[in-house]
Design a protein around this ligand. Structure first.
Ligand SMILES: Cc1cc2nc3c(=O)[nH]c(=O)nc-3n(C[C@H](O)[C@H](O)[C@H](O)COP(=O)(O)OP(=O)(O)OC[C@H]3O[C@@H](n4cnc5c(N)ncnc54)[C@H](O)[C@@H]3O)c2cc1C
Length: 319
């Protein structure tokens, strides 16, 4: 009790000594941000917002053509969903057209004759070729954790080679507007707020942050993106790795419980979670190996249901 009283007295003392807080109290719902001069930290030809695989390729391609390029990423490393998001390991790492291969329920690879991956070209092809070379040289294991870090590592090297200026741990906030034209972006990081001016602004945020804030009409599905397309950008999730799996017991449990097994998943139930993690990864073809004791993986993605229409004056179009 004594501590509580002391705390309340201190809180009021702070409030009374801070006039701006009193203003905020007087107008509930809004505060007014004072205007200020923002330093131009870069004057570039091209600025790319978001360093996922799209932003990396855009920045590399721009720099290759001689453009002074700045790439800005909110997280502390590049790669996005394919990097720190740990979702690498799919078709984007294999150059060249080939039949789509699926695994049957016994884990045997079966070519699907209905679909082929198209050939990849340009910077993407170069990146994929170097990735394969890197994996061979460094004898990198073939699983998602290693693949994601390889993408991050290689991208960082290639961005340096191309003299792309990379700002990590930096959030792109608002576009710099000149009438209807985007002339750069405002950024925020530990150094404060800054401006990056550019002739060309590329929005590779995965969620059209820059375009949306510039007032562009955004197509917003009625359902969450994840419900429309499981591959849609939905932010970086959480990967759980499950080690020491007894595959025999696991297969027995699946055979016994069937589909019901999956339905009983609860994130709070750690034991069940581990079991489901393994069964999910098996379904999604993401089990690293089915040798006894090897690890399985599953990605848990937090699906963000953004109601943009509340924030952009109703410009989002419902589909
Ligand atoms: C479960 C799943 C499986 C998939 N499997 C495959 C597959 O097998 N093969 C395949 O080719 N593709 C696959 N994909 C799709 C592929 O992973 C994505 O399409 C691709 O990684 C998206 O890249 P991106 O650069 O467009 O977006 P992202 O990877 O989302 O990158 C956006 C980047 O922008 C950053 N950012 C966002 N907002 C801001 C901001 N305001 N300021 C600064 N930075 C910001 C983010 O941090 C992120 O790094 C899969 C996707 C999922 C979810």
């Amino acid at each position: 009790m004594r501590h509580g009283k002391q705390f309340r007295v201190t809180g009021w003392a702070l409030l009374l000594s801070c006039p701006s807080l009193l203003v905020a109290q007087a107008q509930p719902g809004y505060v007014t941000e004072p205007s200020k001069r923002i330093p131009i930290v870069y004057d570039a030809d091209v600025v790319v917002a978001g360093a996922g695989i799209s932003g990396i390729m855009a920045a590399l391609a721009a720099a290759k053509h001689g453009a002074k390029t700045v790439l800005i990423e909110r997280y502390s490393s590049v790669g996005g969903v394919s990097g720190p998001g740990l979702n690498a390991g799919g078709g984007n790492q294999q150059p060249g057209p080939r039949p789509m291969v699926m695994e049957d329920k016994n884990g045997v690879s079966v070519p699907k004759d209905i679909s082929i991956y198209p050939d990849i070209a340009g910077m993407t092809k170069l990146f994929a070729q170097r990735l394969i070379q890197l994996k061979k040289e460094k004898n990198i294991a073939s699983h998602r954790l290693a693949a994601s870090h390889s993408i991050n590592y290689l991208a960082t090297i290639m961005l340096q080679e191309a003299s792309v200026e990379v700002l990590v741990s930096t959030l792109v906030t608002d576009p710099i507007m000149d009438g209807n034209t985007v002339k750069g972006v405002f950024i925020e990081n530990k150094s404060g707020r800054g401006a990056v001016r550019a002739k060309v602004v590329i929005d590779a945020t995965g969620e059209a942050d820059v375009a949306r804030r510039a007032g562009a009409t955004i197509i917003q599905p009625k359902d969450s993106y994840q419900m429309v397309d499981a591959h849609s950008p939905n932010g970086i999730g959480l990967f759980a790795y499950v080690g020491g799996v007894d595959w025999k017991l696991y297969l027995e449990a699946i055979a016994k419980n069937g589909k019901d097994f999956e339905g009983k998943f609860s994130p709070r139930d750690v034991e069940k979670f581990a079991q489901i993690a393994v069964s999910k990864s098996s379904e999604n073809n993401t089990v690293l190996s089915q040798q006894e004791g090897d690890i399985g993986s599953v990605k848990i993605q937090v699906v963000r249901v953004n109601d943009y229409s509340r924030h952009d004056g109703g410009k989002a179009e419902d589909r």
